[in-house]
Design a binder for this molecule. Structure first.
Ligand code: NAI
Length: 247
């Protein structure tokens, strides 16, 4: 399905991004991931992916920095020859109620989640346009669809990712490039582990399936959207959330 395709997964060294990288590699793709600080976990992960037969490229890159993004994307193009799949997964939270939120906390989250997605997509799409092929998958959140008290910066960034994706899906459709959005619900990663038990219990009450999602459940959809099975799907937002938000 995606054998020998070359994929970039931002934030692919941990959490949901790591599971997407693992799943795409299991299905024959080569993997490029960025990191902020190289560590033993990343080293072990590269070995794991190599043992599956995947070529792996790691690169230090902050997605909110346009120059670093260009250097990363150029390196992937030079080493792999093409870029077939882009998963914009890198994201951060800096939660707080509006009245207490600093301008910096608002801007930081927009810079990584929304501008980072713009930077990466701009750099990669010019390569995909020349190839006349590409699969772009942007990770939003149910919070970007439904909103969430205490997360106005995060919700704005994730809603922004949806509007951005629908717009470029229209721009790139004639070039055989699909752009889709995954909106995860509550998924078991480092990002959510830090939430207090009280918050987790409240969240569980809002999930019809009464359980927290696993990164593999997001990765399975990313695999489908990376593959030929989804060729006639573009500009869509697909929730993976146990029924938390229904359109
Ligand atoms: P995580 O915190 O475990 O991983 C985030 C990754 O993004 C890390 O690898 C980190 O190094 C990278 N990253 C952060 N800032 C970066 C920057 N400036 N430049 C490059 N890379 C950067 O988070 P998790 O849970 O795996 O989330 C992944 C994505 O899924 C995020 O976009 C998040 O907003 C989204 N999401 C997560 C949900 C959850 O319940 N865990 C729910 C809905 C969406």
């Amino acid at each position: 399905m995606i054998k020998n395709k070359n994929a970039i997964i931002t934030g692919g060294a941990r959490g949901i991004g790591k599971e997407i990288a693992r799943t795409l590699a299991e299905n024959g793709a080569n993997i490029a991931i960025n990191y902020r600080n190289f560590n033993d976990e990343i080293k072990a992960f590269v070995e794991e992916l190599n043992s599956m037969g995947a070529k792996v490229l790691t690169f230090k890159c902050d997605v909110s920095n346009e120059e670093e993004v260009e250097a990363f994307v150029n390196e992937v193009k030079n080493v792999f020859g093409s870029i077939d799949i882009l998963v914009n997964n890198a994201g951060i939270t800096k939660d707080g109620l509006l009245i207490r939120m600093s301008e910096k906390d608002f801007s930081d989250v927009i810079d990584v989640n929304l501008k980072g997605t713009f930077n990466m997509t701009k750099a990669v799409s010019s390569i995909m346009v020349r190839q006349r092929f590409g699969k772009i998958i942007n990770i939003s959140s149910v919070v970007g669809v439904a909103g969430n008290a205490g997360q106005c910066n995060y919700a704005a960034s994730k809603a922004g990712v949806i509007g951005f994706s629908k717009s470029i899906a229209r721009e790139l459709a004639s070039r055989n490039i699909n752009v889709n959005v995954i909106a995860p619900g509550y998924i078991n990663t480092d990002m959510t582990k830090v939430l207090p038990d009280r918050v987790k219990e409240e969240v569980l009450k809002t999930i019809p399936m009464k359980k927290i999602g696993e990164p593999r459940e997001i990765a399975n959809l990313a695999l489908f959207l990376s593959s030929d099975l989804s060729n006639y799907i573009t500009g869509q937002v697909i929730n993976v959330d146990g029924g938390m938000v229904m359109h």
